[in-house]
Structure formats: structure tokens, C-alpha cells
Design a protein around this ligand. Structure first.
Ligand code: MLT
Length: 275
């Protein structure tokens, strides 16, 4: 599996499919393997780059909270290492927070933004306290109990026992230190309303119709802020539509990339935000 060697850690990533480059960032507490249907069958016309965030999956970790800016700077290093001046950037939930952080840092490297079951707002005080409790629970009790607590909220009621079990195994396999670091890092994230409102490229909001964590109302609020927004509500899915409805999810990504390419072809020279 390819990797990028950084100053204090190694970032692993999956690289599958061919066509429009798209980086997809995984949610919490997961890894690139949470895109298993997309790894098995990448969307047509799309090259998917799927990193493991620091400390998750096969990436090594660093000390302290894992901030969304750190994830973003790792993604920028990944783009550099793969020779990509820009890519479509997507993220599921925590991955969406990091995608918004990267868009704040380097909008010129984002050809299009795909925000999946995520939100633009920062945590309130109660949310930040909850993050610290989760971090301490992970450090004290390990990943298994976090997986047990989170599992029931991630998938729609109709999800199969096999899907639930596979997701549980993946969450339980993550390093407790990474879970604690990411929980503390999410608590530090900034409100990204102005990032959404100022980003000039196309933005796709994808949300499971039955997501109780970042529900369709949140995706609609983000779509109302973004300059060039498309909203796709996926029926029969909760917080992880890429696992729950992989066919519909893949079709939505394919359509977004096809539209992006068509727009690039009709834009006058200099009219694109591609660097
Ligand atoms: C995720 O799926 O990444 C989490 O639900 C994000 C969060 O806890 O805010």
C-alpha cells in the first residue's frame, strides 16, 4: 500500500480507480477501510485517494490532539507526493471537518468539495465536554467500548447485522490513542460557515435521510450557505451512506465528477479555479 513519509509519522493511503482525482477522508473512529465498497468498486471515471488519518488504520500517530488542520496538512502532503496540484476533496463527518479546514488553508487545491454527513459548525461547550469524556473513555476502556456506544447511531434501522458487525470490528481495531487524539482535535475545530460561503467551486452535500448525528436539516443549512451547491439526500441510509447505499453513493459521486469535468471543458481559459 502506498504511503507518504512525513517528519514525525507515516501516512498510508489507498489509491484506486482512474479518472478525476478525488481524496475522500474517513470519519471517526474509522480508517480508509470504511470505504470498503468504494475500494472494491471505485466510481467510474474517478481515481480515489483514501488516507488513514494520523494514528488510524496503518498510519502512525503523533502526540497531542489530532486537529483538523493536521489532517488537512497531511492531505496537502499527499497531493504533493502524488503530483496532484488539486483534487476533488470529500469527507465523511470528521473527514468533512478536515476537508473544510483544508479548504480554508488552500482553496486553490480543491477542485470541488464533497461534504458527506458532516457539519460546518463548531462544538458548543457541552459538545467539547463530551469529546473529552470520549477521549478519556478511549484511553481507559479501549476502542471496543467506544465502538459499542457509537455503533447503533451510525447506521439506519434497516442496516444488516453483517454490516453492523463489520463496522464494529473496524472501529474496535482503531488505536485508543488515535481515538482520544481525534476526539480532542474535533473539539478544537473552528466554525466553517465562512469557508463554505466563500469557496468558489462546486460543493456537493450528501446526507443519509435517516442520519441522527448530522441530519438532512444540517446538510440543507450548508447547501444554503455554499455558492454552488448540490444536495443529495440518500434514502435508506443513516450516517454512513457510502456503506449503507454504496450504489446510490457511487452514482452521486460519478455525476458530480462528470459535471465538474463538463464545466472545466466549457470554461474560458483562466476562468477555472484549477491552479
Ligand atoms: C464521525 O462520524 O466522524 C463523527 O460522528 C463526527 C463527530 O463526532 O462529530
Amino acid at each position: 500500500m502506498p504511503h507518504v513519509t512525513l517528519e514525525h509519522h507515516t501516512l498510508y493511503f489507498e489509491d484506486v480507480g482512474s479518472g478525476e482525482p478525488m481524496v475522500l477522508l474517513h470519519g471517526f473512529p474509522l480508517s480508509s477501510q470504511s470505504f470498503w465498497p468504494q475500494l472494491e468498486r471505485p466510481p467510474a471515471g474517478v481515481r480515489l485517494l483514501l488516507p488513514d488519518h494520523r494514528g488510524f488504520g496503518r498510519s502512525t500517530g503523533t502526540r497531542g490532539p489530532l486537529t483538523m488542520e493536521q489532517i488537512a496538512s497531511d492531505v496537502l502532503a499527499l497531493l504533493d507526493a502524488t503530483g496532484l496540484p488539486s483534487a476533488v476533496l470529500g469527507g465523511v463527518s470528521m473527514g468533512g471537518y478536515a476537508a473544510l479546514a483544508l479548504t480554508r488553508m488552500a482553496p486553490q487545491r480543491v477542485r470541488g468539495l464533497v461534504l458527506i454527513d458532516t457539519q460546518h459548525l463548531a462544538d458548543d461547550a457541552a459538545g467539547r465536554e463530551r469529546r473529552e469524556r470520549v477521549a478519556q473513555e478511549a484511553e481507559r476502556d479501549g476502542a471496543g467500548l467506544i465502538a459499542q456506544a457509537m455503533g447503533p447511531r451510525l447506521l439506519a434501522a434497516q442496516a444488516s447485522p453483517e454490516l453492523r458487525e463489520r463496522l464494529h470490528r473496524l472501529m474496535s481495531a482503531q488505536a485508543p490513542e488515535a481515538i482520544a487524539a481525534a476526539s480532542r482535535g474535533m473539539a478544537l475545530r473552528r466554525d466553517a460557515s465562512e469557508v463554505l460561503a466563500s469557496y468558489p467551486g462546486p460543493t456537493l452535500m450528501v446526507v443519509g435521510a435517516e442520519d441522527p448525528i448530522t441530519p438532512p436539516a444540517t446538510a440543507r443549512a450548508m447547501a444554503a450557505l455554499a455558492r454552488d451547491a448540490t444536495l443529495e439526500v440518500i434514502e435508506g441510509a443513516g450516517h454512513l451512506p457510502n456503506l449503507e447505499q454504496p450504489e446510490l453513493f457511487g452514482a452521486v459521486l460519478e455525476a458530480f465528477c462528470a459535471r465538474l469535468q463538463a464545466t472545466m471543458m466549457t470554461q474560458p481559459v483562466g476562468g477555472s479555479h484549477r491552479p
